[in-house]
Design a protein around this ligand. Sequence first.
Ligand code: URA
Length: 230
Amino acid sequence: MRLDRFISKHTHHSHGTSRYLVASGRVRVNGVVVRDLRTEVDHFVAIRLDDTLLQHQVAHYLMLHKPVGYLSATTDPVHPTVLELAPPQLRPLLHIGGRLDRSTSGLLILTNDGLWSRRLTEPKLRVPKVYHVRTAHPISPETHQRFAEGIYLAYENLTTSPAQLEQLADCEARLTIYEGRYHQVKRMFTAVGNRIVALHRERMGAIALDTALPVGAYRVLNVTEIESVA
Ligand code: URA
């Protein structure tokens, strides 16, 4: 949102007065006087008019090593949820950036920055998601080619983006996909007559699950990881 519009929205001042207040140097963004009316501000900057703090919200970015058995939901009457593994004071603020099935383990992102998490998960932006998979049956030779061509998903009436399969053993592979459709990996393997028995997310874009992070634990993302989501 533009700074002048932010001021008129968050105070009793008209849009005209808000423009004047900004131009006359009475508004500070993160402690710095900003006079350019067109400055864009998001939810995570401190904005002051004279001595009044109009907004100050801290952005939170966590990676969680999701255990099998936890639901990617905020609350559930039956199953434990991933939010129960987050710091209690942050739980009401956080949402999940890219859900995992209850039976899936691995990298899960929790944040209160909706614009940022959308850039990580929006299918059109084709951020690579890397999964380690174990299958019930040996992975057939044509699987690699079928995934590279894309698998038709009837419900969505679309074909998945070309995915890369790196076979690690008869029933084990690393798969890179570029969307995050409902049960996507499981449905891709079902489409080639196989079945997933274990699924683990290793990476989303440049953010890899920290190998030092025990199952069920979280850590704050570092600046490089946060800024990798452009
Ligand atoms: N694909 C699936 O089928 N399940 C997940 O949890 C993630 C991707």
